[in-house]
Design a protein around this ligand. Structure first.
Ligand SMILES: C[S@@+](CC[C@H](N)C(=O)[O-])C[C@H]1O[C@@H](n2cnc3c(N)ncnc32)[C@H](O)[C@@H]1O
Length: 342
């Protein structure tokens, strides 16, 4: 070790310090600080606008500066960074303020239960129908924001540059968006494929949120919003393309649902499954486990690497490609693209 290297304990001190950074950001989001800082302000002006004493405001703003949320402008003024303006201001079309706060809260809640879950692991998801209203609330807030800012751009990249199978934009296909939440994936598919029709399927309460978003875009003649509990029933229809992202974690039997999806595909139909997975690779564990271990310990399903491919193959699909997708909400997911045999 040269005297310029960090001590080998630094990584663990940094872990402790990240709690303080997180709290600084959480307070900033809850007080709409970045809306205030759309224009440069001094610490005193920030204090005045947020009705706080000015004593500790400089330190708070400097910490936010150190993590990239604030820039320093001239004359001792601070201004929201370009990143914060893009993702943390209420007028931005990519605003993720609520989504970020939700993640802070739920992961903190998990840390409080962590040890109890080691003593008493759970081995089944909560009765799924009771989750309907909670999912609908999420579909109006954090899932909506994450679909708009992250999932839809990832979908666009996947279709534009990543998929090895080409689907011509004018194809008159019928798609299914399984567990589609607020429906931005369905809207995006309908816009990408102008001759397509589609079905979004989710719990009744969430489906209502999706229906309103579909109506707002006047696409109700092309997107049929169906509802039910996937543990009990499948959507109606026969599909050329199925998009299923971050849904299997919440179901009782992923195998049964994939088996069902295979029956809903037309011959040569394409199934795109995007889910976080358990892997044996250290950096992937580091990226995935902080976000998905809580779910696993509560009894949710996190596929092992290779498991989805096995299920798709077992249910009569040829695997066309499997890729790690890093620009997905919270943590990387694996995209598996399967095609039903003709
Ligand atoms: C994490 S969200 C993912 C939403 C969307 N697929 C995406 O990637 O943004 C999970 C979705 O699955 C839906 N879901 C979970 N369990 C379900 C069930 N048993 N039946 C129907 N929908 C369900 C939820 O309502 C929610 O909209």
């Amino acid at each position: 070790m040269t005297k310029l290297d960090n001590h080998e304990l630094q990584a663990f001190w940094d872990l402790a310090g990240s709690q303080v950074k997180m709290k600084a950001l959480e307070i900033a989001l809850s007080r709409s600080l970045f809306d205030v800082l759309r224009e440069p302000c001094s610490a005193e002006e920030v204090a005045d606008k947020l009705a706080l004493p000015s004593t500790n405001i400089n330190g708070w703003l400097d910490l936010l500066w150190s993590i990239g949320c604030v820039d320093k402008a001239t004359e001792n003024k601070y201004v929201a960074s370009a990143l914060a303006k893009r993702y943390m201001t209420s007028t931005s079309s990519l605003d993720c303020s609520q989504a970020l706060q939700f993640r802070f809260q739920t992961l903190r809640h998990f840390t409080e239960q962590f040890e109890a879950l080691l003593h008493e692991p759970k081995n089944g998801v909560v009765l799924s129908s009771s989750m309907g209203p909670l999912w609908a609330k999420a579909a109006k807030a954090q899932i909506f924001q994450e679909q708009r800012a992250v999932t839809v751009p990832a979908l666009n990249r996947i279709f534009a540059t990543l998929l090895k199978v080409t689907i011509a934009e004018e194809t008159p296909l019928n798609f299914l968006d399984l567990g589609g939440g607020p429906g931005l994936v369905s809207l995006s598919l309908a816009q990408r494929f102008p001759n397509a029709t589609g079905v979004l399927f989710d719990f009744p309460e969430t489906a209502q949120v999706a229906r309103e978003n579909v109506l707002a875009e006047s696409l109700e003649h092309r997107i049929d919003v169906q509802s039910g509990d996937l543990n009990q029933q499948l959507p109606n229809g026969q599909f050329d393309l199925i998009w299923c992202s971050s849904v299997l974690h919440f179901l009782d039997d992923a195998n049964a649902v994939i088996q069902g999806l295979a029956t809903l595909l037309k011959p040569n139909g394409i199934l795109l499954i995007l889910h976080a997975e358990q892997t044996l690779e250290k950096t992937q564990c580091e990226g995935v486990l902080p976000f998905y271990l809580p779910m696993m310990m509560k009894g949710n399903y996190l596929p092992k690497q290779g498991e989805i491919i096995e299920l798709l193959t077992k249910n009569g699909l040829d695997i066309l490609q499997s890729e790690e997708i890093k620009d997905f909400p919270m943590a990387p997911v694996w995209l598996h693209c399967g095609r039903k045999k003709a």
